[in-house]
Design a protein around this ligand. Structure first.
Ligand SMILES: NC(=O)c1ccc[n+]([C@@H]2O[C@H](COP(=O)([O-])OP(=O)(O)OC[C@H]3O[C@@H](n4cnc5c(N)ncnc54)[C@H](OP(=O)(O)O)[C@@H]3O)[C@@H](O)[C@H]2O)c1
Length: 291
């Protein structure tokens, strides 16, 4: 493989957990990986630790909770990486108490779903310039316990952090399937796939959870038969970005054992279209994209 064939990858949520493992694996094989996160110290450590790797890791400090920051990130990427090959949406949060962003959006929905939706829309042309456009979304098996309630998408009435998280992951799967179909319908060769890494107790995902929950997760992390390792989760993620299968296959939901069927709620096209339109309205873009 020549240098010109090595992909340029934008990876959100690469400062910690499975994203950090994936960033190192991708850079080890020579890719340029632009890692997005909020935590400057973790980002800079990752950059300095990567100097001996074959590829490059850059750190881009942006808070994906605000739409202005997502648009600013997209502008920076368009200017700095004109040929983006892979866009990985891995940043994710679980928020213990209902919190609204400065855009007035429930934070789990804003970071986990609306940021990927808006960032993909903003970077679609840049992905078209790349040689092998792919979008990868980190979803979760927890999406199967979620339903859509489009009159209460942001849990205004009654908030439960696990329900909000599970619904945001349902949004991830529904968005993946819908974007894949829309791109296929216009003969656009960019592929879109999502994954569920399994339960990975070692990551920082539940760092803000209530003490009791954190203790249970900490216990799970030391029991070898519970959950999966952060390395295995990271490898699954980097595999979707580089495995030739996912350069041609699109609209897949991939678990540790390979592609599997997501929930019926996620597959339902009426739900997907409704989510697409609601999301476009919440981030202020024309819902006809990617036409
Ligand atoms: N752990 C599990 O059991 C599990 C299972 C299924 C799916 N997942 C999914 O896997 C993905 C990665 O999570 P993880 O488990 O590896 O947890 P993690 O260690 O907490 O990683 C989350 C990443 O998201 C970034 N992030 C969070 N909020 C952000 C924001 N507002 N703006 C920019 N970046 C932000 C964090 O970076 P900063 O802190 O630097 O902002 C961090 O790099 C998530 O999408 C999660 O939903 C996890």
């Amino acid at each position: 493989m020549t240098d010109s064939e090595l992909p340029t990858i934008l990876l959100t949520g690469g400062t910690s957990g499975i994203g950090r493992v994936a960033a190192r694996q991708l850079a080890s094989s020579g890719s340029t990986v632009a890692v997005v996160g909020r935590n400057a110290s973790r980002g800079e450590t990752l950059v300095s630790e990567s100097r001996s790797l074959a590829g490059t890791i850059d750190f881009l400090q942006y808070d994906l909770a605000t739409q202005d920051a997502v648009r600013a990130l997209a502008k920076h990427v368009r200017e700095s990486y004109p040929t983006l090959d892979v866009l990985i949406h891995n940043a994710g949060v679980s928020v213990p108490d209902r919190t609204e962003t400065t855009d007035g959006i429930e934070k789990t929905l804003a970071v986990n779903h609306l940021a990927p939706y808006l960032l993909t829309c903003e970077l679609l042309e840049t992905l078209r310039m790349g040689a092998r456009g792919r979008v990868v979304v980190t979803a979760s098996g927890l999406h199967t316990r979620a339903t859509f309630d489009f009159d209460n998408l942001q849990f205004e009435a009654q908030y439960d952090s696990l329900d909000a998280y599970a619904r945001s992951k349902l949004c991830n799967v529904a968005f993946t399937l819908e974007l894949a179909d829309r791109l296929r319908e216009i003969n656009e060769p960019i592929t879109v796939n999502c994954l569920h890494p399994g339960f990975v107790p070692e990551t920082g995902l539940f760092r803000d959870a209530a003490l009791r929950k954190r203790i249970m997760i900490r216990l799970a992390a030391v029991l070898p038969w519970v959950g999966t390792s952060v390395e295995a989760g990271g490898s699954l993620l980097s595999g979707l970005a580089t495995d030739p299968t996912y350069r041609t296959e699109t609209g897949l939901y991939v678990g540790p054992e390979g592609p599997t069927e997501p929930s019926e709620t996620a597959r339902d096209r009426k739900n997907r279209i409704k989510l697409w339109e609601e999301s476009a309205s919440l981030v202020g873009v024309d819902s006809s994209w990617p036409a």
